[in-house]
Design a protein around this ligand. Structure first.
Ligand SMILES: Nc1ncnc2c1ncn2[C@@H]1O[C@H](COP(=O)(O)OP(=O)(O)O)[C@@H](O)[C@H]1O
Ligand SMILES: [Mg+2]
Length: 275
């Protein structure tokens, strides 16, 4: 069986200088020759400092932006060639959650509608059946039924990220690009959201691309890791290899900045109570 996702030679550049006729004179390369594989049910960590090109990789993989060149294969099929029904099916099977859950939710839409909307759009499911599914998924991420008719502004950051995860899950995707999903949350709440992601992965066989500038988080979740530096993959390997024996000087620096070397992919104990 082919891997869930196979990315090869991904390149994306943006024009930075134009001449007086508006012709591009210089381009800035944001991702250069980026390649990796994501297996079903696993997590690929993408780590690197701000501006390294991490989000740009995620957006290309999901076909939110178009690469200059490179190939993206999903389940053996060329993502860049998807049209019509295939593209719609890909949009269902590949989801994304962002650093700022508030801006990813419509402020004028109740949680019930925000989480139910994808079900209507993709499957035409409405009414009691839609409600039943919405309640089930929201309860799974730790929300209560009596919170369903509230608006995003009535929730904390941790709750909003749970809601965004619920919305991503409603269509039963194969993988989710998690772009710095806990970077904006308090540290105590970060662990709760990360544990939720780990539990959902175990239950549903989800694959994740987990993007973070924080290597200690990547270590906690990822099976394989690529290290990005200025648009290029400078090191790749299993999380184990990378942490035990980093090769590139940038990776060495990242590893030496991580305080606790022991808690890889293990649940951490968190204070009880809601977020
Ligand atoms: N639409 C765009 N136009 C021009 N430059 C962009 C655009 N999007 C991203 N960039 C640049 O690409 C680089 C990488 O951005 P990004 O992928 O967001 O990095 P990261 O997620 O690692 O912080 C940054 O220098 C950013 O300014
Ligand atoms: Mg980013």
């Amino acid at each position: 069986m082919s891997p869930l996702l196979e990315v090869s030679g991904l390149r994306k550049s943006y024009p930075v200088k134009r001449d007086f006729l508006g012709r591009v004179r210089e381009r800035s390369v944001v991702t250069n020759d980026v390649s990796f594989t994501l297996e079903r049910g696993e997590t690929l960590g993408i780590v690197g400092e701000s501006g390294a090109g991490k989000s740009t990789i995620g957006r290309q993989v999901l076909r939110l932006i178009e690469p200059d060149s490179g190939t993206i294969r999903f389940d053996g099929h060329d993502v860049r060639k998807f049209k019509g029904k295939d593209l719609l099916s890909f949009r269902r099977r590949a989801q994304m959650i962002f650093q700022d859950p508030f801006s990813s939710l419509d402020p004028h839409m109740t949680i019930r509608n925000a989480v139910g909307e994808p079900l209507s759009i993709h499957f035409g499911i409405a009414g009691a059946e839609r409600d039943r599914r919405v309640v089930e998924i929201l309860q799974r991420v730790g929300m209560r039924e009596d919170q369903l008719d509230k608006y995003p502004r009535e929730f904390s950051g941790g709750q909003l990220q749970r809601i965004a995860i619920a919305r991503a899950l409603t269509l039963d995707p194969d993988f989710i690009v998690c772009d710095e999903p806990v970077a904006a949350l308090d540290v105590s709440i970060q662990a709760q959201v990360l544990n939720l992601l780990l539990d959902l992965q175990a239950e549903r066989g989800l694959a994740y691309i987990f993007i973070s500038h924080d290597l200690s988080l990547v270590r906690y979740l990822a099976h394989h890791v690529i290290v990005m530096y200025r648009g290029e993959v400078v090191e790749a390997g299993t999380a184990e290899e990378l942490f035990e024996n980093p090769q590139h000087s940038y990776t060495k620096m990242l590893v030496s900045a991580v305080p606790d070397p022991r808690n890889r992919r293990r649940r951490v104990s968190v204070p009880t109570g809601g977020s």
